[in-house]
Design a protein around this ligand. Structure first.
Ligand SMILES: [Zn+2]
Ligand SMILES: [Zn+2]
Length: 171
């Protein structure tokens, strides 16, 4: 679900990766605005927890899990920023494109790389919604990423262990 104005291509790439990697049916929902109360005037960022709380109280028809995609800078109180956020076993997760649009050296990555990063973060957050925990394998989608270099190091796959765990959860 786009939260604000997100390019169709970005949404489609994310949806395609969810369908391809996790073998789940996806649908792109009409866009909504992130709740204004989630904006932190002091940090000039959006509080991920407040957005998730607001969206978890909305009834999304027969959709089991909803991933909101936004281009605003997100934070949770213990971190300066996050690429995405989701509660373990929750219903709604978030992905922010904001910090994915910059490389660690400040340069701008090609659009295709931004989309690939967004797809990885979306799959990671969906993994949390499906109750997967963080994984120590650097290539695994469930590895925690603090920087875009770590996102780039992740593959578009779960490691063998997380993959078996996911299959078990989806059964
Ligand atoms: Zn995580
Ligand atoms: Zn893993």
């Amino acid at each position: 679900m786009p939260l604000g104005n997100i390019s169709e291509i970005a949404l489609q790439v994310i949806a395609d990766h969810i369908a391809g990697c996790f073998k789940l049916t996806t649908q792109i929902l009409p866009s909504m605005e992130p709740p204004g109360v989630a904006f932190d005037e002091r940090r000039l960022q959006y509080n991920a927890g407040i957005i998730i709380e607001a969206f978890e109280s909305i009834h999304f028809g027969n959709h089991d899990k909803v991933i909101g995609i936004l281009n605003k800078d997100l934070f949770i109180p213990i971190f300066t920023h996050v690429f995405g956020e989701a509660r373990q076993g929750g219903k709604c997760g978030l992905v922010s494109l904001f910090r994915l649009m910059k490389n660690p050296d400040g340069s701008a990555p090609p659009e295709s790389l931004i989309h690939e990063r967004a797809a990885k973060v979306a799959l990671h957050e969906l993994g949390h919604l499906l109750d997967l925990l963080h994984c120590e394998h650097k290539k695994c989608l469930m590895h925690f990423s603090g920087g875009t270099d770590e996102v780039d190091e992740m593959s578009l796959d779960l490691c063998e262990y997380c993959s078996i765990y996911l299959q078990d959860k989806l059964r």
